[in-house]
Design a protein around this ligand. Sequence first.
Ligand code: AMP
Length: 434
Amino acid sequence: MSKFQSPTGMGDLFEEDLKYFQKIERVCQEMADFYGFQRIETPILEETGLFVKGTGVTTDVVQKQMFSFRTRGGDQLTLRPEGTPAIVRAYIQHGMQSLPKPVKLWYFGPFFRYERPQAGRYRQFYSFGFESLGGGAPVIDAQIIQIFYNILKTLGIRNLIVEINSIGDSQCRPYFKKSLVSYLRSHRASLCSDCKRRLRENPLRILDCKQEKCQRVVRGAPQILDHLCKDCHDHFKNVLEFLEELELPYSLNPYLVRGLDYYTRTVFEFFKDSNPSTTPASPVPKQHSKDALVGGGRYDGLIKLLGGKETPACGGACGVERVVNLIKSKQKGIGKGLEAKIFLAQVGQLPKRKALKLFEEFRRARIKLAASFDKDSLSTQLKIADKLKIPYTLILGQKEALREEIIIREMASGKQKIVPIKRIVREMKKKIKK
Ligand code: AMP
């Protein structure tokens, strides 16, 4: 075994996975073109302060999950754990605030979080995201949700459920927070140790704690939907009406708060519904696998927080590996790459040289060939062709090479025929078309 292994939670990606990644990226690009989103790729590293301020100092991402380090020059940098703060940084840095609004951007790339690795949770993972900056209308929230829905649907993922909630804004959330904290304080003893800390730092996060004991407390807690101010209430109602119009199956989840600090109003997560028979638009959260495929929401305060003008915005991100795992588990593969139907075997120095040239002729004719140029024995090469279940092997021996001929061998029957080399590409084109 090699002395070195890939870092924990960070794996190598092979063709088998990458072809799914490429397919997902293609579908994103098509959707982006249709809805008018421009691609952006920000650096893998950003100033640590961007995430501390943007994602939020009390969030799990910032407190526990960042890969941060000091450069030789003394800069404090972090491998990006999520996309939104970097997009906002780029938006402000490049003066995109003066562009016609909304500015619509999308990205696809690797992200890094120091997590306990498990299925669907890695330390390096890929995400794609769609962000719309500069638009405050509820229709934008609905359109962002629809884009993710369309992408996943196009990729063949069925029974999706969109959990949605509103967490209010700086007008109404403080009042809700107050009544929530006073309720939770009276149940402090029943909370897990993380939530005892959250009670001081980030009480809203207690609402989506996965610990059974905390969920029991939360079930009796005041609900934010009852505390929304009129503007937030109307906004949310409009978003839901759009989703209904679009026939997007959503489920209200009054405990959905999302892990990041910058959200205002709409928050949403996508899951694979494991109980698809219940009615859509149900007010009861459904049963589903625990890992969200997509997460997002509105972040009307973030651009100002990071130094820009007050600008509403909305967006989301989807985990690529989780989508790939789902597609794979359905075994609805996206078809293997072009399989070779011809094997080119050669025996001897002159035949090897001619075979290399012939290989290129086939490439130019866009006919896929398999070969093992490093093997010299004919029987070894025939065995390989057999193993690959290739129907035709072309054999170039010393005699054939001198006569400018080549043998076509039908692997199933063992029948052989000799043809001039200059005719072989045309001949094989006909044969594999049949
Ligand atoms: P978040 O910003 O935490 O909502 O993450 C956005 C999306 O990225 C999630 O919905 C997941 O699909 C995916 N994701 C987040 N963290 C990880 C991880 N550690 N491994 C794999 N995918 C992840």
